[in-house]
Design a protein around this ligand. Structure first.
Ligand code: DOR
Length: 442
């Protein structure tokens, strides 16, 4: 278990926002023994040392349920140590890592081994999502029960989509009654084929194979059918990218055809379009691909309306050498942990689309509730996992300054407004005034 700071301190004068309890007020937050001791109106006597955070937002530690840490097997791209440093720098105190590693995280022994590394090397809380199929081969389903028992909050086929409605039915059956959703990567491979970016104007201009957006929608239709046939099935749609996906998911939910459906997207789907490929090349290659302006607007609107309940990064680091192979051969994926909050505040808050509380719900309470994580709220007695945000900080994205090993971002050199100022885990400052505390005890 990571070290806790037993020294008491009080964050004073901040705007405390906790979407779980509806709190949004000026208040002081006292921390002792690694837990939130109390939250009181600003100005009373502090407990322990006073840490002034006037003008800043104090909220539950941010949660990212979609991160590729790459360990084991791809440590040249990222490790538990570097990925979690990037997470803390981005304001996250809890992340879930994806199982498409080598070997894949498909059985209890492998989960336990990685958990041991996490205990020693992780800067933030890390939960491991179990792989849906044995060896990620997509033939035989993994032992979901054993994976959940080992501590996986859920199961996913991210990057390795299940192949038949029957297989999905069985997967949902195995999870039914556990309260956990199957986390589905939506891709019908017959339709996505060898497409490397969105099928459309840009793929035509560059003369590279395109991936039709129907691929995502077709997968949703199949999986919804499977989910409908399984009592108590719950389905979470990872990184949705198309207008049609959100429209059809909304119909499924509002018409009560299949209501236990949740949706997640990543900032790049509401900040960028396929045009980014023209500028950033393979650094804008991601799966699902960046889509059209029509899709971007629809994703943005769905985030605003609450039809998308969770924002995650899909942090997917690759090396510069791998990305230099060009659009066709470079692996898909973008890093996101260190740009996520800035992008969200710039594109959702400073544009007036969403309140801070509505934004933070999608990054704290909603993901915690989806996966039953013991996080996502600020209340007395809760672990002192806290993020302190400067919503007005202006900064420029410089990949050379990332803590992540990955440099693959299409947001390089962009001006953003809003950034994490501090990250506290278990009562210990891991990042303060925008800098990692290298003296932190893990
Ligand atoms: O762009 C992506 N990269 N999408 C995925 O589904 C997988 C991920 C990766 O592992 O690199």
């Amino acid at each position: 278990m990571h070290q806790q700071n037993t020294q008491a301190f009080t964050l004073t004068g901040g705007r405390v926002i906790d979407p779980a309890s509806g709190r949004d007020e000026l208040a002081d937050v006292a921390v002792a023994e690694g837990k939130v001791a109390w939250i009181r109106p600003s100005g009373g006597g502090p407990l322990g040392e006073k840490v002034p955070v006037d003008g800043l937002v104090v909220c539950p530690g941010l949660i990212d349920i979609h991160v590729h840490l790459r360990q084991p097997g791809f440590e040249h791209k990222e490790t538990v140590a570097t990925g979690t440093q990037a997470a803390v720098a981005g304001g996250f105190t809890t992340i879930c890592c994806m199982p498409n590693t080598n070997p894949p995280l498909d059985r209890p022994q492998r989960i336990t081994r990685l958990q041991q590394t996490i205990k020693k090397q992780a800067w933030c809380n890390v939960y491991i999502l179990g792989a849906a199929t044995v060896g990620n081969q997509r033939r035989e389903l993994a032992d979901f029960g054993a994976l959940l028992e080992t501590g996986c909050p859920s199961i996913t086929d991210d990057a390795m989509p299940l192949q038949s409605t029957k297989q999905m039915q069985e997967a949902l059956q195995k999870l039914a009654g556990t309260g956990r959703p199957f986390m589905a990567h939506l891709e019908d491979e017959e339709l996505s084929g060898d497409g490397v970016i969105n099928a459309g104007a840009v793929s035509q201009q560059l003369q590279v194979p395109g991936q039709d957006s129907l691929s995502e929608v077709a997968a949703l239709r199949r999986w919804a059918q499977a989910a409908n046939s399984v009592k108590q099935a719950r389905l979470h749609l990872l990184h949705v990218s198309t207008a049609q996906t959100v429209a059809e998911a909304k119909t499924l939910r509002t018409d009560n055809i299949f209501s236990r459906l949740t949706l997640e997207t990543a900032p790049h789907y509401f900040c960028l379009t396929e045009e980014a490929v023209l500028e950033s090349g393979a650094d804008a290659k991601v799966n699902p691909p960046l889509r059209t302006e029509h899709d971007r607007k629809a994703i943005l609107q769905a985030v605003i309306d609450g039809d998308i309940q969770i924002i995650a990064t899909d942090h997917a680091p690759h090396t510069p050498q791998e990305k230099a192979q060009g659009l066709i051969d470079a692996p898909p994926g973008l890093v996101g942990l260190e740009t996520c909050l800035g992008l969200i505040l710039t594109h959702l808050f400073h544009t007036g689309h969403l309140s801070l509380s509505d934004i933070l719900a999608k990054m704290t309470y909603n993901p915690a509730r989806l996966l039953g994580l013991p996080a996502g709220t600020l209340k007395s007695g809760a672990p002192a996992d806290i993020t302190i945000i400067d919503p007005y900080k202006q900064w420029v994205v410089d990949p050379d300054r990332f803590y992540s090993k990955g440099r693959n971002t299409p947001f390089s050199a962009q001006n953003l407004t809003g950034q994490a100022w501090g990250t506290i885990r278990g009562g210990q400052f891991l990042m303060q005034e925008g800098k990692l505390r290298k003296d932190a005890k893990l």
